[in-house]
Design a protein around this ligand. Sequence first.
Ligand code: SF4
Length: 330
Amino acid sequence: MTDVTRKTILSGMRPTGKLHLGHWTGALENWVALQDAYSNFHLVADYHALTTNLDTSGLYQNTIDMVIDWLAGGIDPEKSPVFRQSQIKEHTELHLIFSMLITKNRLERNPSIKEQVRDLDIENIAYGHLGYPVLQAADILLYRGDLVPVGEDQLSHVEITREIARRFNATWGEVFPEPEPKLTKFARLPGLDGKDKKMSKSMNNTILLSDDTDTVWQKLRKAPTDVQKVRRNDPGRPEVCLVYTYHEKFNPSETEEIAEGCRSGELGCVDCKKRCAARIDSFLAPHREQRARYEARPDMVEEILQDGETRARRRAEETMHAVRDAMKLG
Ligand code: SF4
């Protein structure tokens, strides 16, 4: 059951299919940690997916694959409703109202849009893409979210949500809280192609949460290491090595010993990678087991979504009732 005495957090992801380790360290780990202390709503942002890809043929399967990773990773759907944005019509209704409360210029100044359209002409960006922070504001405020878990780079979105909430309240009356960003570490796990690259499906540099033992090893064995450590006994620099970053995250109890072995030259990169792969694999093993359970029962996943949608819809309808009252829309 959703606990109304707790602060509300809305968090979501676009349905991109099976998740990778970057999703775990960047978001999912944090969602699981927060689910006992807050009232969480977990949104499958399927309308947001349309801002950059109009091909909807794989959307349903990508949703199911992602939700299975949420559940296998420890999201408890009893505590936190898990639901699809597209199934709660109030998202689009509130988005329309909010779109009257913000200017095109303001949206064009959004640093994330500037980043996303770096190579495009801003004049040719789709209306819905430019306005996606407005849909995001509707996502958050529909559930009267008090807090939004974000990394530093997403603070500008929360600011737009706060501006819209203020503008609505000043125009039609107090309905919405001004949600605060909840800054989390959101460790950006580097991708398999280098320490400075983000792990991302589009870059094809990921380890999936569902990868099996051999796949993890095959991916990790090709990962770049310190370029100065050419032969086994050459001294290396763990601080510049991608594999060492993975040890820090998934093998913290051995990092000191590994750093020493690397610096002295006693530890070779192949052995170091084998140890890293083994640790990542033991981290993933229970996830794979849980995943298999849900994959065998697609009806259970569908039921979890439908239950989450019923509960989310209840909250959304309450909010829209208050919105229409405040706006005297009858
Ligand atoms: S020994 Fe390990 S930490 Fe050192 S460079 Fe090789 S892979 Fe990286």
